[in-house]
Design a protein around this ligand. Structure first.
Ligand code: COA
Length: 260
């Protein structure tokens, strides 16, 4: 398969490696990246030869620095809600995979990047990784499942702090609060992720899928929460603060919010 914003390689053990590759934009998620991620995961689902998937970002600086803020300019509430639903459905496909999925987080995992990491089943971070849900700095809210998955993963208190401050946390703090399984040096990240995956895929394959299915069943279906998140994401896009937040980012200046 050939794509323009991701690479998908499968090794001889059947470990798929998806690399999001827009390093000049810190691997920000635009519509094409989302479509291509969706295609990769649906192909991985349908191919018996693929036993597990690792997702990472190109380059030493970013896993994914968020949804592509360029695409936010001129976004109306209906399009915003559709955009949130699209991202949610791709990330839900990842969470629902019946083969293991590891995020190898090699730098910034911000906004949609953090949401992508937490839709994977496990996360290994390099020591330069940084996590945040900075949407409130743009007058926005997370729209790709972050308000639903983050509290589930790290608890309501820590998640609320991340979601309301938008502040970045480093890899060791992420490990402390259970956001990542392990922290390793950047040059060991892929090897370490492959080692974990190799261990997992050496276990009984049907049992692995059944465990993943059982874990999935232990959560209430997130549908209602995700619907509400997408609606509120659309509402946030109606505000003047949102327009100011996006303009300020694109113009590389601090935002001044008016609260409307
Ligand atoms: N969407 C679109 N473009 C992005 C982006 C995003 N989420 N994050 C980074 N980029 C682009 C920058 O605009 C810049 O492009 P340019 O060179 O054409 O101007 C390029 O990636 C490099 O980023 P830059 O800001 O110059 O790097 P930095 O090291 O100074 O800062 C960050 C890194 C991650 C702190 C900063 O890029 C940032 O705050 N990004 C936005 C994070 C965010 O709010 N994400 C959530 C979106 S909902």
């Amino acid at each position: 398969m050939s794509f323009s914003t991701v690479r998908f390689d499968v090794d001889d053990q059947g470990i798929g490696l998806i690399t999001i590759s827009r390093p000049e934009k810190l691997n920000a998620l635009n519509a094409t990246v989302l479509d291509e991620l969706d295609e990769c995961f649906s192909a991985a689902n349908e191919t018996d030869d693929i036993r597990g998937v690792i997702v990472t970002g190109e380059g030493p600086k970013a896993f994914v620095a968020g949804a592509d803020i360029q695409e936010f300019a001129d976004l109306n509430p209906e399009d915003a809600e559709d955009m949130a639903r699209r991202g949610q459905s791709v990330f839900q496909r990842i969470e629902d995979m019946l083969i293991p999925v590891i995020a190898a987080v090699n730098g910034f995992a911000l906004g949609g990047g953090c949401e992508l990491a937490i839709s994977c089943h496990m996360r290994i971070a390099s020591d330069n990784a940084a996590f945040a849900q900075p949407e409130v700095n743009l007058g926005l809210i997370p729209g790709y499942g972050g308000t639903q998955r983050l509290p589930r993963l790290i608890g309501r208190g820590n998640a609320t702090e991340m979601l309301l401050t938008g502040d970045m946390i480093d890899a060791s703090r992420a490990y402390e609060i259970g956001l990542v399984n392990k922290v390793v040096a950047l040059d060991e990240l892929l090897e370490s992720s492959k080692t974990l995956m190799t261990t997992i895929i050496s276990r009984a394959p049907v049992a692995i899928s059944l465990v993943l299915e059982a874990i999935r069943a232990s959560y209430l279906p997130p549908d209602e929460g995700l619907r509400r998140e997408a609606t509120l994401f659309g509402q946030a896009c109606e505000t003047e603060d949102f327009k100011e937040g996006v303009s300020a980012f694109l113009e590389k200046r601090p935002a001044t919010f008016q609260g409307r």
